[in-house]
Design a protein around this ligand. Structure first.
Ligand code: HEM
Length: 332
């Protein structure tokens, strides 16, 4: 995004020349006449699509909120399209942006280079749904979990609506709701407990944790299920009224290592988000958590792969259904 002085020619000629001289940059070309004009190149082997939008302002602050109408005032149709389609610097539409919690947007960034590289190697063949399924398996393997065979051949959906994410369980859903949302997709309670074990890696934003720490169920106090020794630790990580986007490990002490320690933490009152903690406090799910404790913990790695294949088979589109998305965050 540029302020109003540089022209589109400056972008497509001058900036193009500057990039072309850089050793890290290869395969550079401009797509001036496309619906969304952009410069495409490889930076250290990674494909980058760089769109251009000229704003009618004198300066563009580094942390510009490109959805703020003040910045979009007087902007021409082409540029508006670029801003609208590329709000985070990669192809995604407003619906997708709304669907992804602000705190989780870092997740979509790795998908973009994978999609572009595949599109160059074999255009229109591999779906985004398959990429996500493979990337999930590879993340588990990279963090020390066991591999599994991912069935492939899914096609991508033709719809991309924020409202469709409403049938995903929420961070504070009671166990009965978690169970029924999974059941709606053909997944049972054991699958639920096994799959949520995915929280053995990764982090949560404080925004999903704070209510448990300071005003649980409007009591002005913490969730009594939180271990007394753990409460001050969590409070130090997410201070009252502090930055809701700060991130906290979901599996304390083992955030980058895939394994059953997550279930040990649940048993010890060290579940971080409410929906996790409830897996221990509700007997319907506690029996499956127990099945992954102690010696039995080694079962988790095998069970997780099985449950991922089962989840990966839910409502799969094949044959002539759906499409192969060119860009994962938007329909074609
Ligand atoms: C009842 C079902 C589930 C609920 C309520 C739930 C909720 C959440 C929440 C609130 C976060 C934090 C999001 C953020 O702050 O960015 C999160 C993160 C995460 N979830 Fe879940 N989740 C569920 C099921 C699953 C399943 C089935 C998996 C994988 C098989 C999974 C894998 C993850 C991972 C890896 C993270 C960390 C992401 C990161 O580090 O950016 N979750 N989950």
């Amino acid at each position: 995004m540029s302020p109003r002085m540089p022209t589109r020619n400056d972008f497509f000629i001058v900036l193009h020349e500057i990039f072309a001289k850089r050793v890290e940059v290869s395969d550079i070309h401009c797509v001036k006449d496309a619906k969304v004009p952009l410069m495409m190149f490889k930076f250290e082997g990674i494909s980058v699509d760089l769109p251009y939008a000229q704003l009618q302002v004198i300066t563009v602050p580094e942390n510009v909120d490109i959805l703020n109408p003040l910045f979009l005032n007087g902007i021409d149709e082409f540029d508006l399209q670029n801003v609208d389609i590329y709000p985070l610097g990669l192809l995604e539409n407003q619906t997708m942006r709304d669907a992804i919690p602000k705190t989780a947007r870092h997740f979509i960034f790795p998908l973009h280079p994978i999609r572009s590289q595949l599109e160059t190697a074999c255009p229109g063949v591999v779906s985004c749904a398959d990429i996500v399924a493979l990337a999930a398996r590879d993340s588990v393997v990279q963090t020390g979990g066991r591999s599994w065979q991912v069935p492939l051949g899914r096609r991508d959906g033709l719809v991309s609506q924020a409202s469709d994410t409403a049938n995903l369980p929420a961070f504070n859903d009671p166990i009965s709701v978690q169970i029924s949302k999974f059941a709606d997709k053909g997944l049972n309670t054991q699958d639920l407990v096994t799959l949520v074990g995915g929280h053995t890696i990764g982090t949560s934003a404080c925004a999903f944790i704070s209510v448990r720490l300071y005003n649980f169920n409007n009591t002005n106090g913490p969730d009594p299920d939180i271990n007394q020794a753990f409460l001050p630790q969590l409070r130090a990580l997410c201070p009252d009224g502090g930055d809701g986007s700060r991130r906290v490990a979901l599996d304390t002490g083992s955030v980058n290592s895939f394994g059953s320690s997550y279930y040990e933490n649940l048993r010890n009152g060290r579940g971080v988000i409410e929906s996790d903690a409830k897996l221990w406090s509700d007997r319907r799910t506690q029996r499956y958590v127990r099945g992954f404790l102690g010696q039995a913990g080694s079962r988790f790695n095998a069970e997780f792969g099985r449950a991922m294949v089962k989840m990966g088979n839910v409502e799969v589109k094949t044959g002539r259904q759906g499409e192969i998305r060119r860009v994962c965050t938007a329909t074609n």
